[in-house]
Design a protein around this ligand. Sequence first.
Ligand SMILES: Cc1cc2nc3c(=O)[nH]c(=O)nc-3n(C[C@H](O)[C@H](O)[C@H](O)COP(=O)(O)OP(=O)(O)OC[C@H]3O[C@@H](n4cnc5c(N)ncnc54)[C@H](O)[C@@H]3O)c2cc1C
Length: 509
Amino acid sequence: MQSQACDGREDGVTDAAVGEGRPGSARPRSVVPAVQLPPTVAAEHQAAVAALRESYAALPPGAPVRLAKRTSNLFRFRDPLPRSPGRRAPREAAGSPAGAAGLDISAFTRVLHVDPAAQAAVVGGMTTYENLADATLRHGLMPLVVPQLKTITLGGAVSGLGIESTSLRNGLPHESVTAMEILTGDGRVVTAAPDGEHAGLFRGFPNSYGTLGYAVSLTIELEPVAPFVHLRHFRFASPEACMDAIGEIAAAGSLNGHRADFVDGTAFGLDEIYLTVGAYSDVAPWRGDYTGQHVYYQSVRGPREDFLTIRDYLWRWDTDWFWCSRPFGVQNPVIRRLWPRRYRRSDVYRALVAFDRRHGLSDTLTANRGRPPREAVIQDVEIPLDRCAEFLRFFAAEVGMSPVWLCPLALRSDQPWPLYPLKPGQAYVNFGFWGTVPLPPGCGDGHYNRKVEAEVAALGGSKGLYSTSFYSADDFWATYNGPGYARLKSAYDGDGRLAGLYEKCVRGR
Ligand SMILES: Cc1cc2nc3c(=O)[nH]c(=O)nc-3n(C[C@H](O)[C@H](O)[C@H](O)COP(=O)(O)OP(=O)(O)OC[C@H]3O[C@@H](n4cnc5c(N)ncnc54)[C@H](O)[C@@H]3O)c2cc1C
């Protein structure tokens, strides 16, 4: 696992390229300068936006709309888009009704401009974080929050609330957006920013999941990076001890003297929880490598210290889709050697799961073996820090799935974001759990997920909506600001061209 000693700058981060300023120090929002696109890029982009608006206007009135996107990280599965002549079918259509028209968004899948002096970038809304990170790392910069899966897109993370190990320091991806160009449900293209005519849309866009409109370009802040991340894995023997340590990091920005530029954790059991605290580093006495035979999540139980290049750090979870590559056998050393490296990626595993879901293969196999049916419990929830130990104890007793991912966060903004109930000034932990659990006799699908939803509400937390949800309409709108959403929906999609949030996220439209 430990390879050669190195003190050079690698993975596209060169001495000359490293951004100005201390790694991890974004400019204060008040001094982020406006970013100008180079004239040719601006002209191309304007033409692409005009073409998109025209193709949206040309869709038959009343026809439902979807993005013709090749990747998705949603866990609410849909039928794929119908093939049309001359167009390859996308691997998965992103979160919209079966049979709906696919809007060609291929012009918005790239980084339009990185401005190293401004520490900012203008990015197509459907650009993957893999491409975005590569483009910014070349300048020694990265987005303030880079979600762990390579094919998550900037627009998906902003409208669907991404998160990562910088989120205790930098908040959520939408909190470093300074402007968004949005194709609204009623067919306009507007620029939404923290101030001005469309400030309400700007603040209501996070957690709207493409039901108010689609972000076609976003201007985002960037922060300087160092070439390496120095990791330390701290072990805790109880949830309470782990949560105390997160409280210390939230207050001090470090743990046991180790600076917390990054922090996340892995719970293997109530008495075996690790917090991984990462500090930017200019040097690495050795380099871990989890793109080959070694599996990252297993490494947190090993030596207490590790070094990764910044790029390998960003994608440490992608190679094995956290631990979810396990059912495919990819963590078995023999199969791993045979499994081509280029297919050790989260989007490949997700495509396999989508295929399985479409054809019911695992369900049939389980039934044929006479085993009880299993419920998919694939969720991310945020719990206020002082209730997190209770949540972990509930989860171990009632669901019993492990490992569980822990990611501390706090809003960067001092104002709440209207459609998602996180409070400014409050530390939370995001718990991610992704797997299946056998159903008790007589219980149907939703048994475990409903328990999780009830416990999250009881603890004052909230649940992300990228996966299945079972809320009643009343509970849903009480949690996700029904009146505020209705105002935005009527202002930007008055004819209901796009699905509503409840219909999309709970009813699966
Ligand atoms: C196993 C697993 C682990 C996960 N772990 C993490 C994690 O660690 N960190 C994290 O951040 N997230 C995580 N996610 C969730 C993921 O971030 C969300 O599902 C996110 O919305 C996916 O974005 P995407 O770009 O793939 O969008 P898609 O899956 O394509 O679409 C998601 C939704 O966003 C809408 N959308 C897409 N693009 C736009 C746009 N440009 N404008 C407006 N709306 C748009 C779509 O209509 C859809 O409703 C995880 C998901 C799974 C299944």
